[in-house]
Design a protein. Structure first.
Length: 284
């Protein structure tokens, strides 16, 4: 796949491309190869299917190269790392690079332990992800601005304008699109940037919303040549569907039904009308 890294669009074109890609995923049913964590593997597979893509969850180092070679995108999530899994991540990433297949890296909890930090360092020495997605603390660790996390793998720090500058520098240094997710989502390729302040408070009540966002991003990357747009579309999908799921909750319903309605919202998104006028700021 030939990546278009500096496509310039106006707001209307952005949303038209978003809607076009949603339908394209349903039509093409692209294969998204996951090497993801055990905690959220089933949820990632199910939300991938709901979007219209086809998930493969193969992580044995003896087969990942073959699986990657026939995939349309690769999602590499290091939430439950071990030596075998990191080996598989590198093998898969190298094969994806060779074939021109988009790579989404989600370095979950990268600063939680020395093993995680060293593992991601090794990964980035061997492969060049198309997209790196993490929360603000994870991106700070990757940038060298924070040596470690103090609150476990789900630690989230406040995100401010200085962090946006850090993300831009990281994008330029790595050549990857950088996405920082949280209450405010920020996506940059070092030049273009999008800030999204949409979403639902209930996304914090379910485990794996970030991992599933990486899966959605992988679905868009499988059909969209511009990785900046693919990343923005994946994150925007989770935010908008989170809003829809929350609105559909009854008075006595909470996190459990929110998760069910979230999957339904993703499944129906291509045929759902959304108001895009608020909560999305562009700098193209």
């Amino acid at each position: 796949m030939h990546f278009l890294k500096k496509q310039v669009l106006n707001m209307n074109d952005f949303f038209e491309t978003f809607k076009k890609d949603l339908k394209l995923i349903k039509e093409k049913n692209p294969m998204v190869h996951h090497i993801t964590n055990f905690v959220t593997m089933q949820d990632c597979a199910n939300i991938c299917v709901a979007l219209g893509a086809s998930p493969v969850m193969a992580f044995y180092s003896g087969e990942v190269s073959e699986i990657t070679a026939v995939s349309n995108s690769v999602v590499l999530n290091t939430g439950t790392p071990d030596n075998e899994r990191i080996k598989s991540v590198i093998i898969s990433g190298k094969e994806a690079e060779k074939k021109g297949i988009p790579i989404i890296l989600d370095p979950v909890g990268v600063g939680a332990t020395n093993f995680r930090r060293e593992s991601i360092k090794t990964v980035l020495q061997n492969i060049k992800p198309s997209i790196i997605k993490g929360n603000s603390a994870e991106i700070k660790v990757l940038s060298g601005c924070m040596p470690k996390l103090n609150k476990g793998v789900d630690s989230v720090e406040n995100f401010d304008e200085n962090d946006k500058i850090t993300a831009k520098i990281l994008a330029k240094n790595t050549g990857s699109v950088i996405a920082v997710t949280g209450t405010e989502d920020y996506i940059t390729d070092g030049e273009r940037e999008i800030t999204i302040t949409r979403g639902s408070k209930f996304l914090k009540t379910i485990s794996g919303s970030g991992c599933m966002t990486s899966t959605l991003t992988g679905g868009f990357a499988a059909v969209e040549k511009d990785m900046f747009l693919a990343c923005a579309f994946g994150i925007l999908t989770m935010d908008l569907c989170g809003e829809t799921a929350e609105k559909l909750l009854l008075d006595n319903e909470g996190a459990g039904m929110f998760k069910v309605r979230l999957f339904d919202a993703v499944y129906n998104m291509a045929n759902t009308h959304y108001d895009f006028r608020e909560g999305i700021h562009f700098e193209f």
